[in-house]
Design a protein. Sequence first.
Length: 129
Amino acid sequence: MPYTIVRSTQFFEFLGGIADSSAIGNVIRISPGLFQPIASDDVAAFVADAALAAPKNGIVEIAGPERGPFNEIVARYLKAAGDPREVVRDPDARYFGGKVDDRSLVPLGDARLGRIGFDEWFRRSREGA
């Protein structure tokens, strides 16, 4: 059976939940492993493209346009949201139970990159709130 699997990095929309899941009081422990979140609007566009195109009989990797340390991206989100909690860089911090390194949360090969960066996504998310 012909198929295409669209494999995505984590969505920007989950940054608040990620922070909450890693919090102990006002401290959030996050790995410095690389992270490349994507806007759900970009995911929807890539999935629509895949659905309308000929099957790849394989995987299409997608990711956001910006890559950086996981802890720094979460800290950036909290600062933009006005959340005063402290993000602590912790190489031993777990992400929903799993250890994170520089290859865990980013595409491992060629990937199609979304067009919506953090600043634009955050602005849009506040306008729609």
